[in-house]
Design a binder for this molecule. Structure first.
Ligand SMILES: Nc1ncnc2c1ncn2[C@@H]1O[C@H](COP(=O)(O)OP(=O)(O)OP(=O)(O)O)[C@@H](O)[C@H]1O
Length: 842
């Protein structure tokens, strides 16, 4: 089944280009009833008066922040914000803004801590009929969130184009024939059409109520650009979106809860190109001083961030208008008013039980003008009072920027890169969380990779009830984007949540209650003990046993309460005296597991609250102006200017460093690394060559040693042969007449002389000697030498005469290597050079 086209949808479908509106709706509208519906809506916003409408004149540039409309009156004398006597509604505190004061331009602008929360409380008596949502269906309130799962809904935007998706019940799948094997996606809700009321009822109402009930809640819209995220969150005049409906519902909730009183604070911020801007602060200030994320893990504080106390729908409207006016939108290839940032609208809801007699909390006497109150640390906070604890929760409504392809515009492409990167990070965070939940793992979750995920860390870690509306364009052109959105939706469904209510307990009142209870118990115990002797005589053995058990229980309870008091006091005292730490030994092991659990829970809550308070205080310290509040305005102005200048300078320095130093330094580092790695490589090669050369030389040395030994053997054999030769008298039978070339023998008859003579006349005598040498001389190899494989080697003497460089001795080689060395000489000369009885051959 394709997406059903409701009658109202049908008229919307008549719009020429619902998905790629390139001109403003007002231009598209031709006045005909069929097409005017949607376009006229988007031009006359009601509550937001500018969810889209206030998003600037259309231009190809991102909208430059505009200043806030200055319709506010200057605060006069002390304003009576809450008038419990006549029960009329409290006024939203007029936090002064730029231009309203002659003195200090921005100081009070950022300083919402000076509003007395007690004067801005809202309760069932102060909510006006107009502030209550008339069109909210009170009967429908789903119980989503209780199963600790994310509520995931799909909203399909109406389109004229052919649909690529089939919807059956709560399943959506690609039309057959469009994909290979269409995958089924199953979600909590699949919504179609242009009506925003059913969307609010289905995806947001239960979460808004959970927030009023003390749970943190997050509702966000995710989807491709122009798929209807802003339409879903903000809506228009005809179809107010989730944000305006949620605010109406909040007042309706207060109206039907007569037992509690509420303090509501709103903040509005956007994440643009990975920097957070306060949309409620004056534009110049928010860009000069971007919001920083402080703290770690689940304790995150944003500062400096304005939190406007609101007491009526009108004040909410004013806050929303101001914020929407400051949001960045621009015309892209797909959406004429595309949100170029992620926007987060947050409502902090603090509530406390009303006095037991049903009266509202009396306000302290002598009310002051908000601007002159001493600041409350960390901003306007409701205090736990008279034993009534304060419940705090945050409702976050997030309109994410849409994922998109590269556009024709350079600036849009740059923004698109930031948008896509942070959405990718959101995707990978969700994947890891889903994986961790499914496989019971604790893999690192990359929350810190983007501002968006860092800010959502506490909620995504399970601290909030989450509802996600994934918006898709059902046309065939957008199949890949829609598939990716559906896959994201499927992954987030697997994330495990465990949201808890948060309460700040009035410890003084609690201790007082314990003390009273102890007194009463002690009295009871004393009475029982007093009658014991008389009564025990009348009681049966069984009754006596019961009686002693009852006494034991009383004693145990007294002991337990005393310990509770002691523990709290020790904690209190140890604040100022670190030598006395609170001891874990104070835990009473007689307590029931339930009591212990309760105690543990309350201790955890106290720790959480204190951690948050510490962070708030740190943030307050950071945001605190360097001048005292009563310093002359001119000095404050000067200081602000100086600070803005310093920030600008630092930004320039950082930018300059990146551009001028960072980049070149990186280059230098790379060059040096490259140069050195080349050198190292060369050196290594050289070393390897030298090692090979050295090995070769060692081998040569060995060879030469062997050679010398062989030569020595030969010499000895030769000497023996010559001796034998002499003995046979053969030496005398070879007289040769001395010539100039052949001098007379030095020692005729001597073996050495014969040998030398033979050397000189070798060539001539060779033929005569041949037979004898062949049979008798050891120069020729013996049969054993042949057998041992040396046969292929020439006679040693012959070898030496024919010696090549390969066979040279170590010294010879060394000498040859020396620069300027002469051509190699015969190695025999080298070998025999020093030997006696051997004459060089001339
Ligand atoms: N369900 C719907 N019914 C009728 N019109 C719709 C619907 N959803 C979106 N539109 C219209 O489509 C246009 C684009 O929608 P919208 O601005 O809400 O998209 P977006 O997802 O917020 O885009 P971006 O991410 O670019 O900001 C708007 O003119 C809006 O009025």
């Amino acid at each position: 089944m394709s997406v059903p086209a409701t009658p109202s949808t049908a008229s919307k479908l008549a719009r020429p280009t619902p998905f790629t509106p390139r001109r403003p709706p007002s231009i598209l509208s031709n006045g005909s009833s069929s097409t005017s519906d949607l376009s006229s809506r988007s031009n006359t916003p009601i509550l937001l008066q500018g969810a889209k409408k206030f998003k600037a004149p259309l231009s190809s540039e991102s909208r430059i922040r505009t200043t806030v409309p200055k319709s506010r009156s200057r605060p006069g004398s002390p304003t009576k914000l809450k008038t419990p006597v006549d029960g009329s509604r409290p006024k939203t505190p007029n936090t002064p803004r730029k231009g309203d004061f002659d003195e200090g331009p921005f100081l009070s602008e950022m300083d919402v801590s000076r509003i007395d929360p007690e004067e801005a409380l809202v309760d069932f008596e102060t909510v006006e009929a107009g502030d209550i949502s008339a069109d909210i269906d009170e009967s429908i309130l789903r119980e989503y969130g209780k199963d600790d799962k994310v509520l995931v809904s799909i909203r399909i935007r109406p389109t004229d184009a052919a649909h690529a998706w089939d919807i059956v019940d709560k399943k959506i799948k690609l039309n057959l024939g469009l994909g290979k094997a269409p995958q089924d996606f199953h979600f909590d809700e699949i919504l179609t059409g242009s009506e925003n009321k059913p969307v609010y009822t289905a995806v947001a109402r239960s979460h808004v109520c959970a927030a009023m009930d003390g749970y943190n809640a997050v509702i966000f819209a995710y989807g491709q650009t122009a798929s209807g995220k802003t339409f879903t969150l903000s809506g228009d005049e005809d179809q107010p979106g989730i944000i305006p409906r949620a605010m109406k519902d909040i007042f309706a909730y207060i109206k039907r809860t007569p037992t509690r009183e509420y303090l509501l604070r709103c903040s509005y911020l956007e994440i643009y190109n990975e920097s957070i801007h306060d949309l409620l602060a004056p534009p110049s200030q928010s860009s000069a001083q971007p919001v920083q994320i402080h703290g770690s893990g689940n304790n995150i504080v944003l500062s400096p961030l304005r939190e406007e106390v609101v007491t009526s729908l009108k004040s909410v409207k004013e806050v929303l208008q101001r914020g929407e006016g400051n949001r960045r939108t621009a015309t892209t290839d797909w959406n004429e008013r595309s949100s170029r940032s992620h926007s987060v609208f947050r409502v902090v809801i603090e509530s406390r039980e009303r006095d037991r007699d049903g009266r509202a909390t009396p306000t302290p006497s002598g009310r002051q003008t908000p601007g002159f109150r001493p600041p409350t640390p960390g901003g306007a906070r409701l205090q736990a009072r008279n034993g009534r604890s304060v419940q705090t929760s945050v409702l976050s409504l997030i309109d994410l920027a849409g994922s998109e392809k590269a556009t024709s515009d350079k600036e849009r492409t740059r923004e698109g890169k930031f948008i896509n990167t942070s959405l990718l990070t959101l995707g990978s965070v969700i994947s890891t969380l889903a994986d961790n939940s499914a496989k019971n793992k604790t893999d690192h979750v990359p929350f810190r990779n983007s501002k968006l995920t860092r800010m959502l860390q506490p909620s995504l870690s399970g601290d909030a009830r989450i509802s996600v509306v994934c918006t898709i364009n059902p046309s065939k052109d957008a199949i890949p984007e829609s598939t990716s959105t559906l896959q994201f939706a499927q992954r987030i469904k697997k994330v495990q949540l465990h949201a808890q209510k948060k309460e700040v307990v009035d410890t003084d009142a609690l201790l007082e209650r314990y003390r009273k209870e102890i007194e009463e118990l002690k009295q009871k115990l004393a009475e029982r003990e007093a009658d014991a002797p008389v009564r025990s005589r009348r009681l049966s053995a069984r009754e006596q046993l019961d009686e002693s058990r009852a006494m034991h229980d009383l004693n145990a309870r007294i002991k337990q309460l005393t310990k509770l008091i002691l523990t709290s006091q020790t904690v209190d005292e140890s604040k100022g005296d670190e030598s006395r730490p609170s001891s874990p030994a104070k835990v009473d092991f007689d307590m029931s597991p339930y009591q212990l659990q309760q105690e543990l829970l309350s201790a955890r809550r106290t720790i959480d609250t204190q951690a948050t308070q510490i962070l708030s205080l740190e943030a307050a310290i950071l945001a605190r102006p360097a001048l005292p509040p009563d310093a002359p305005e001119s000095e404050k102005d000067k200081l602000l200017q100086e600070q803005a200048k310093t920030i600008r300078e630092l930004e320039i320095v950082v930018k300059g460093y990146e551009e001028n130093l960072g980049e070149p330094l990186r280059k230098v580092k790379e060059d040096v690394e490259k140069e050195w790695s080349d050198k190292v490589e060369k050196e290594t090669k050289l070393r390897e060559e030298k090692e090979a050369w050295a090995d070769e030389l060692v081998k040569q040395l060995e060879k030469e040693k062997k050679l010398r030994m062989k030569l020595e053997e030969e010499r000895q054999a030769l000497a023996a042969f010559v001796k034998k030769f002499d003995a046979l008298g053969l030496g005398n039978s070879l007289p040769l007449p001395p010539t100039k070339l052949r001098p007379p023998l030095p020692t005729p008859g001597g073996a050495a002389a014969v040998f030398a003579g033979r050397q000189r006349n070798r060539l001539q005598e060779l033929s005569t000697m041949e037979t004898l040498v062949e049979t008798e001389s050891p120069i020729r190899l013996s049969t054993t030498a042949v057998a041992s494989g040396l046969a292929s080697e020439p006679s040693l003497l012959e070898e030496q005469w024919d010696a090549s460089v390969d066979d040279m001795s170590f010294e010879v080689v060394e000498r040859m290597l020396k620069p300027g060395a002469s051509a190699p000489q015969s190695p025999v000369r080298e070998v025999f050079g020093e030997k006696e009885n051997v004459l060089p051959v001339s």
